[in-house]
Design a protein around this ligand. Structure first.
Ligand code: 5GP
Ligand code: MN
Length: 337
């Protein structure tokens, strides 16, 4: 589904003026697409000599993204400090999320701000609380949406290697290295354009995918060997892991990325879930193949959402009750009992 606010192009040309203070905002636990799309906008406006630019994320990004061009300019939310950025902005870009609740810590401030709000996203059901929406659920990633936005706003001449590197990283990570959400020829046309700016695909792959700690690889082995459980009659797998276990592997933000996809490599497994104990809740990642809709599953049982084949969620229950809750929920969801 594509949502494009009427008069979007004219609106952008009127609003995007150099004297405006621009704030670019991503979602909690930002991933490669969120960071890539946000930093692409930052670098683009910098190239276009916009002097007032900020990027604000609700929480820190994984280490394997910290090399990205201008990543050092990202502000991580700090209570009492970041509010000034939000209330001082004339224009706020919502990047890679469809509802202010995804910013977790500053959604009330975003709602109260008088800035013009522009959403650039690819999640279903974009919230109408913004002034301009460019959202396309059929698009690989928010980074692909940002590439198209740049065209609509007439800003192509400011794309350089840094902008294209950010966008390429976003598309590559959100399509799991072009294995999902990337069947449209248009995505590859965008990628071909991006490579023409000198973006080094192999270098990006190496920095993103071959940059983990030894302990993280041992965590992958532990989770697959010790923690993965499969429910073969319902064709799903899950891995539930406690904080204490994670501490043995010096677990850091981003270390679990990718692990949730591994059970889907098993023939006959259609849904995979990782459940990671945090301080106040259990964080779920859900992935699926084909028509199994983990967005609907997470919305119904796990206080979350996302896309049909990739969603996140939370369980607000003691750790020792989580397994039963997951298996009961999946049985109910998959058998409609
Ligand atoms: P992840 O498993 O990587 O945290 O999330 C997978 C996908 O679901 C991403 O597109 C992410 O933006 C989205 N997502 C993660 N958590 C939530 C959530 O709590 N609510 C919604 N609506 N989407 C989420
Ligand atoms: Mn994202």
């Amino acid at each position: 589904m594509k949502t494009l606010t009427k008069n979007f192009n004219e609106g952008m040309k009127k609003i995007l003026k150099k004297e405006k203070k621009i704030l670019i905002v991503g979602h909690n636990n930002p991933d490669g697409d969120c960071i890539g799309a946000s930093l692409a906008l930052y670098n683009l406006f910098k190239n276009a000599s916009f002097p007032y630019l900020s990027v604000l994320m609700p929480s820190d990004m994984p280490d394997f993204l910290k090399w990205m061009p201008a990543a050092e300019n990202i502000d991580i939310y700090e209570k009492g400090k970041s509010e000034k950025l939000i209330y001082g902005a004339d224009i706020i870009f919502y990047v890679d999320f469809n509802d202010t609740s995804r910013t977790e810590y500053f959604s009330e401030e975003l709602k109260k701000s008088n800035a013009v709000k522009i959403m650039l996203d690819h999640h279903p059901e974009p919230s109408s609380e913004v002034d301009f929406i460019f959202s396309d659920t059929e698009t690989s990633s928010a980074s692909e949406v940002v590439y198209r936005f740049i065209g609509l706003a007439g800003l192509e001449k400011y794309i350089d290697k840094d902008v294209s590197t950010c966008l390429f990283t976003g598309i590559m990570t959100d399509t799991l290295n072009f294995s999902v959400n990337s069947s449209k020829p248009e995505t590859f046309r965008v990628v071909a354009d991006l490579l023409s700016y000198g973006t080094d695909k192999d270098d990006i792959y190496d920095k993103v995918c071959n940059n983990f700690s030894e302990k993280r690889l041992r965590l992958v082995g532990y989770m697959v060997y010790e923690k993965m459980k499969t429910v073969s009659d319902l064709h799903y797998a899950y891995m539930l892991i406690s904080k204490k276990e994670l501490e043995k592997f010096d677990f850091k933000n981003g270390d679990h990325e990718g692990i949730v996809n591994m059970p889907l490599t098993v023939s006959g497994i259609n849904i995979s879930i990782t459940a990671i104990e945090k301080d106040d809740f259990i964080k779920l990642s859900l992935r699926s193949k084909g028509d199994f809709d983990v967005n609907a599953l997470s919305k119904k049982y796990f206080n979350g959402g996302g896309h049909k084949n990739a969603a996140g969620g939370r369980i607000y229950k003691p750790y020792n009750e989580a397994e039963q809750y997951i298996t009961d929920s999946l049985r109910e969801f998959l058998t409609n009992k």
